[in-house]
Design a protein around this ligand. Structure first.
Ligand SMILES: [Zn+2]
Length: 142
């Protein structure tokens, strides 16, 4: 997956970068917490050397800032105004990708609800149909 974004010369070439930006977009983050969250998400050990160069690149492009908080000078990263624009654009593009990839798997209930996962299946006149819920199936079956 490569997302090329117009605003800055930053390419989101892997999920680690994507998720790093997502985490910072959700609110200010300590570098340490960021890596812990990434490790939890990817269920593997993540080296700071994989994360910090990307953070540094974001910082140089003025997409994120960091404040030093406390005696131990822990760095807290947060998005700048440009960073917010950048991540919104990223989410828009990523949203389009998700839409394209899941569209063929979406069923539409007769009530108009889009059903992606779960839903309720029932055979009506020999044809298996997908509904958003059993209530809609009952209504349709009448
Ligand atoms: Zn329905």
């Amino acid at each position: 997956m490569i997302l090329k974004l117009v605003m800055a010369d930053i390419k989101i070439t892997n999920m680690l970068k994507f998720y790093t930006l997502c985490l910072i977009a959700n609110g200010p983050k300590h570098g340490y917490d960021l890596i812990k969250d990434l490790e939890e998400k990817f269920r593997k050990k993540i080296s700071a050397s994989h994360v910090y160069p990307f953070l540094e690149l974001l910082r140089k492009n003025k997409l994120i800032k960091h404040d030093n908080i406390g005696k131990r000078e822990k760095k807290v990263y947060h998005l700048t105004a440009e960073g917010k624009k950048f991540t919104n654009e990223m989410f828009d593009k990523f949203g389009d990708l998700i839409h394209i990839s899941i569209e063929p798997r979406i069923a539409t209930c007769p009530c108009g609800c889009k059903v992606y996962s779960g839903g309720y299946k029932e055979k009506i006149n020999g044809k298996t149909m997908t509904f958003c819920c059993s209530h809609c199936a009952k209504m349709h079956g009448k």
